[in-house]
Design a protein around this ligand. Structure first.
Ligand code: HEC
Ligand code: HEC
Length: 311
């Protein structure tokens, strides 16, 4: 009995000591390793500049000071007026172009906050010598780029305290995504096959356009075409018509039956494979699926049926 106690007491003491030292270690760091980052260390990582100006270093620079700096360090690529040399990025202009087919996104036409301009130049420009500018130079050059975009006047002085008040023309067009969240619950078992899911109502600009399956009644009215050809008509019109109706770029015209008869000698399957995978014969280049890679193989096959049968 005595001997047993002699054994148990040290064990209890051992456990007590072990667990309490764990408890102390918990406080220092989750696993008792590492140490608290110093202010200096955090400073090295804390480099972001916020739209409200937080994070900007003290400093200032005027449009007038910015002009010669910009001319010497930036104009060779971005052009004296921000118009962009060759294919280097354009920094100014492009107002009201965002809704056009080829929008010109520049600092003035697109960027929502002046803080991004300061931060971008400070971290990344000039392209060949990033981080080579002093804060005051970055203020001056930023002021000049704002001036090129007609956002500030020629006597403007940009500082760490007035940068946040520079109003960028496109700011209003950046807003929190207001589309409704989906309330569907996630399916974990016995789920629908994704291939069977149909978009019931496409959302303009969000869901890719889908061709409506041809209505059965139509089949009767265009009786000269086979069922598959009827199904392929919409695909033909959306993705093949551009080249194959008029013979653009050497494409065989749908109406040129002699040409098609020669092609079909290779066998229907071969011709279809060419339409799916792309093909370059003697007359031009047939891009894979006519360039519309969202088409299924079946849709392309049916389009070929249509092309062969249509007059
Ligand atoms: C050697 C050519 C070159 C020089 C010199 C140069 N840049 Fe750039 N700049 C570029 C390239 C290339 C990009 C695009 C980089 C990217 O998209 O990754 C760019 C992008 C930019 C952008 C962002 C444009 C946008 O709409 O996305 C700004 C602003 C800019 N530069 C300002 C400046 C300023 C200010 C200077 C002078 C201090 C300067 N650059 C010097 C080549 C240059
Ligand atoms: C950008 C123009 C263009 C578009 C769009 C296009 N084609 Fe073609 N297609 C061609 C050209 C050019 C050829 C002839 C290539 C050759 O023989 O040199 C061709 C040839 C073909 C052939 C014959 C292949 C063979 O073996 O001779 C088929 C079949 C065909 N296209 C189907 C389609 C279908 C289906 C679509 C739509 C999904 C489509 N094409 C869209 C340009 C186009």
């Amino acid at each position: 009995m005595y001997n047993l106690n002699k054994f148990f007491i040290p064990l209890a003491v051992f456990l007590l000591v072990t667990f309490s030292s764990f408890a102390i270690a918990e406080k220092i760091g989750h696993y008792g390793v590492g140490k608290t980052a110093s202010e200096q260390q955090i400073k090295g990582w804390d480099i972001d500049i916020r739209p409200d100006g937080k994070g900007l270093p003290k400093g200032q620079g005027s449009v007038t000071q910015g002009e010669p700096l910009y001319e010497a360090k930036c104009a060779s690529c971005h052009g004296s007026f921000g118009e962009g040399q060759g294919r280097w990025p354009i920094l100014a202009g492009g107002e009201d172009s965002l809704t056009e087919e080829r929008p010109e996104k520049t600092v003035g036409s697109f960027w929502p906050y002046a803080s991004t301009l300061w931060d971008y130049i400070n971290r990344a420009m000039p392209y060949t010598a990033p981080k080579s500018l002093t804060p005051d130079e970055v203020y001056a050059i930023s002021a000049y780029v704002l001036y090129l975009n007609e956002i500030v006047e020629d006597d403007f002085v940009l500082t760490d305290s007035n940068l946040a008040s520079v109003k960028m023309p496109n700011e209003e067009n950046f807003y929190i995504d207001d589309r409704p969240d989906s309330t569907n619950t996630r399916c974990m078992k016995n789920c629908k096959n994704p291939a069977d899911i149909e978009v019931v109502q496409p959302l303009a600009g969000i869901t890719p356009e889908q061709e409506k399956a041809p209505v059965k009644e139509k089949a009767k009215s265009t009786s000269s075409l086979s069922e598959l050809a009827i199904q392929g008509k919409a695909t033909y019109q959306s993705s093949c018509f551009v080249c194959h109706s008029s013979g653009v770029a050497g494409a065989p015209k749908v109406s040129d039956k002699d040409d098609w008869n020669k092609r079909i000698e290779k066998g229907f399957d071969q011709v279809v494979t060419h339409a799916i995978d792309g093909y370059s014969g003697n007359t031009g280049i047939m891009p894979p699926k006519g360039g519309n890679l969202s088409l299924s193989d079946e849709q392309v096959t049916n389009a070929v049926h249509y092309m062969l049968e249509a007059k």
